[in-house]
Design a protein around this ligand. Structure first.
Ligand code: HEM
Length: 401
């Protein structure tokens, strides 16, 4: 990612300028959340010159407001990384109203509750199988040996592709989660497209019952999907559903490894697992989005100009004491209904895979805690994070007796 810095535009008052690179926040390698918390302060909107220059919302209410106001804040840009949006052109993620709605409605149908629930045996089988392999070893590097594997397997099953393809897709997933600089974003997109192409063509020509077929079989305002639209949608699902879930698994495990009492509570009261999944997802949100301003607007005493970029990070909302009481504390019985957390976004682009991700989290808690004894972060190791639009743990050594 670039950290190209630019000079400060005229609409940015000097006291709003911070030094903050969203791809390398200060101390982010050892604690992603603490790094973001350094931005909380007297202003609700600050501006950084890193990555081409952009605003950052630093409090909960404003973060949520920007996320929901799709009329002022467009989704077209995708990221503060210059050029990334033009390369990926995701459908429905990078579409605005009115174009967005028919595509989103169609994708949502593909993720209907009945279809998601039908995935449970697949999710359970792959989770159980991996846990059974890891258990006798007394420990593992959780990210590579568990977190990166399950979402790929689930995705392949969803799109009706043999799960042996896992080996082919895994390096791509790894580049997405832990980019090592060997691939440009164009190469990553092309590799994903090359992988997806035969399936997209086949599902368009003769639909089956898999996720892509279900979505592509529904016309867009009375006409069939074009190949290019289909490809952009399938690309969105691939990129949207892998590293986010990897990141979620990492955070849940790290929390439990550091909080044996919470492991004990869930073992004693497994009926709390669905609520625990929701609360852990609230407490450890790692997705940030970029919006481009499409009309001048005054906010927090400054004017955001048309064309400005605003970066919105869900931890600024979920971990703001003004939005959630005692937000850093994990309480499995917390009432989450008054304010919906933004781990899955807010407004018209809220995650279409939210139900699937939640199911993966619940099954993970159930299978992992039933099979693995009390576990902890392996002595002498420290978890490391990678920041970015989807922050994630990159190394998490766990041990059990
Ligand atoms: C824990 C896991 C996940 C997290 C934290 C997450 C987070 C998000 C967030 C924050 C957004 C909103 C983006 C925005 O406002 O610009 C979003 C949208 C989206 N997500 Fe997820 N996601 C997860 C899992 C998944 C899965 C499993 C899939 C599919 C297989 C998926 C597919 C999508 C798609 C297609 C969109 C775009 C929706 C639209 O623009 O209408 N996500 N996700």
């Amino acid at each position: 990612m670039t950290s190209e810095t630019v000079s400060c535009p005229a609409n940015v008052p000097a006291d709003r300028v911070v030094e903050f690179d969203v791809y390398a926040p200060p101390g982010g390698e050892s604690d992603y959340f603490a790094a973001w918390a350094t931005l909380r302060g007297k202003h609700r909107l600050v501006w950084t010159s890193a990555n081409g220059g952009h605003w950052i919302a630093t409090d909960g209410e404003l973060t949520r407001t920007i996320w929901k106001d799709a009329e002022t804040f467009s989704n077209e840009a995708l990221a503060v990384t210059p050029g990334l949006g033009e390369v990926m052109r995701f459908i429905p993620l990078q579409q605005d109203a009115p174009e967005h709605k028919p595509f989103r409605t169609t994708v949502m149908k593909g993720f209907g509750n009945n279809h998601v629930m039908a995935m449970e045996p697949v999710i359970r089988a792959v989770t159980r199988d991996l846990v059974a392999q890891l258990r006798p070893r007394g420990g593992c590097e959780f990210m590579q040996e568990f977190a990166e594997i399950v979402p790929i397997h689930v995705f392949l099953s969803l799109i009706g592709v043999p799960t042996e393809d896992r080996a082919r897709l895994r390096p791509l997933g790894q580049q997405l989660t832990r980019p090592d600089g060997t691939m440009t974003v164009e190469q990553l997109r092309d590799a994903a497209d090359d992988y997806l192409r035969p399936y997209v063509e086949e599902r368009l020509a003769s639909p089956g019952s898999d996720l892509f077929s279900r979505i592509l079989a529904v016309p867009i305002e009375g006409r069939p999907w074009t190949f290019e639209e289909a490809r952009r949608m399938c690309r969105n699902l691939l990129f949207g559903g892998l590293d986010t879930v990897v990141s979620m698994f990492g955070n849940i495990s790290l929390h439990l490894a550091r909080h044996p009492a919470d492991q004990g509570l869930l073992r004693e009261r497994p009926e709390l697992m669905p609520q625990a999944a929701d609360e852990l997802m609230r407490r450890y949100p790692m997705v940030s989005v970029t919006r481009n301003v499409v009309r001048d607007i005054d906010l927090d005493g400054v004017t955001l100009k048309t064309g400005d970029l605003v970066y919105v990070n869900s931890s600024m909302h979920n971990l703001d004491p003004a939005c959630f009481e005692d937000p850093l504390t994990v309480d499995f019985e917390r009432n989450l209904s008054p304010v919906r957390h933004t781990t899955m976004g807010a407004g018209p682009h809220r995650c279409v895979g939210a139900g699937l991700a939640r199911l993966e989290a619940i099954v993970f808690l159930d299978e992992w805690l039933s099979a693995i004894p009390a576990f902890r972060v392996r002595e002498g190791t420290s978890p490391t994070y990678r920041a970015g639009n989807v922050g994630a743990l990159t190394d998490l050594q766990l041990a059990w007796d």
